[in-house]
Write a new protein. Sequence first.
Length: 81
Amino acid sequence: MIKITPIDINFMMSTILGMLPFIIPLLIIEYGLMIFALVQAARNEVVYLPKWAWILIIVFFGIVGPIVFLIVGRKKETEND
């Protein structure tokens, strides 16, 4: 049986609080990228998969999903000069 003492809890809390300055900016970047990719998916044409599938990929695959969509999933606009 594992016994957790108040000293262990204090150590864990100080460790978590020490990492917050690194975690919060990463979360802001991740959710900002997710929102941007969702708006792009809703407004633009998509390729390879239906829109609903891209939206699921964006939402459920963390930071990788929006990046994959922005690189692969958006339809490229061609200029007719």
